[in-house]
Design a protein. Structure first.
Lengths: 76, 236
């Protein structure tokens, strides 16, 4: 079974970061733009999914976020 | 309240991952020298779709092998078998477009696809054969999940002076892919996905986003180097 994402904080840390907090601090999302439903979905992401999203964000670097309508399908 | 379906989950995850691809894609489609890079883009697309029917059939075979003991695989067999038929000859259409733009057919087929494309497609074989064939939904949802309109393609063509014969397959897909996208998500919603398999589909989607973005970035980078070299050659 997929495990829920855990923070990398030491065992002594009292508070674990939530997925929303981790993804926001990595620049993946802006929580203010998310509804509670969206946030609940994000909290269900696994550790692997969260890590993959953070890695993709790092690859984007400082490049601006694109506009959805400018991506024609790369079809199969 | 609407139930949170598999497709809604996947769309939400793709939205989180997609800005990287959208950023590179915007750079590509708004580039002032798009017309010069367009043949490379078509070659990149052909490198992908030449594998589509084999890949989907491999997922169908994997699903068939598991069907007796796995209800999800049982549902996938007919979907993949039908979808492979729907994608048949699309690589040939695109090859005809590339040839119509002046390329030599045998040169296109002999040219080596990039390692990025091999990684993009190769990972899908691995997941479909060795983990679970449902993984392919992540790949299909990214590739077919954002169909352009014919109007949008026409705008791009006019703005950048792209040849109409190079975009025939893109236009056909603009008409076909809305149906394919709806089929993918409808099929996904019928599957009793476990958390583990839902994660697998998401990882497949993220991997696809990453590698398509990388492939587009490589075309942009290669073009930048070519332009620099031409400038140096003219200056000397």
């Amino acid at each position: 079974m997929a495990k829920k994402a855990k923070s990398k904080s030491s065992p002594k840390s009292k508070k674990k970061s939530s997925n929303v907090e981790r993804l926001e601090s990595a620049g993946v999302l802006v929580s203010e733009q998310f509804t509670d439903d969206d946030k609940n979905t994000v909290e269900k992401l696994s550790e692997t999914e969260v890590t993959a999203l953070i890695n993709l964000r790092k690859k984007r670097g400082s490049a601006p976020e694109g506009k959805h309508h400018l991506r024609p399908n790369v079809f199969v | 309240m609407d139930p949170v379906t598999n497709s809604k989950h996947l769309r939400a995850k793709i939205r989180l991952a997609e800005p990287y691809l959208l950023g590179v894609s915007d750079q590509f489609w708004t580039h002032p020298q798009l017309a010069q890079m367009f043949p490379e883009f078509l070659f990149m697309m052909h490198s992908i779709i030449r594998s589509s029917v084999s890949l989907i059939n491999a997922a169908a075979v994997s699903a068939q092998r598991r069907a007796d003991s796995d209800p999800i695989s049982r549902k996938l067999v007919s979907y993949y078998t039908t979808h492979a038929l729907e994608e048949t000859h699309h690589d040939e259409w695109l090859l005809e477009d590339i040839v119509a733009m002046g390329a030599n057919r045998s040169d296109v087929l002999a040219r080596l696809p990039s390692a990025t494309i091999a990684s993009l497609v190769g990972a899908q074989y691995y997941w479909a054969l060795h983990v679970h064939p449902v993984s392919l939904f992540g790949y299909l949802a990214v590739l077919e999940g954002n169909p352009s309109s014919v109007k949008h393609l026409s705008k791009i063509r006019t703005k950048h002076g792209l040849p109409a014969e190079g975009m025939r397959t893109m236009v056909k897909h603009a008409r076909l892919d809305p149906y394919h996208r709806d089929e993918i998500y409808a099929q996904l919603d019928e599957l009793p996905l476990t958390e583990n398999l839902s994660e697998l589909v998401a990882l497949s989607a993220f991997h696809t986003i990453e590698h398509i973005a990388q492939a587009l970035q490589e075309i942009l980078d290669f073009h930048r180097v070519e332009v620099s070299e031409e400038a140096i050659a003219q200056a000397v």
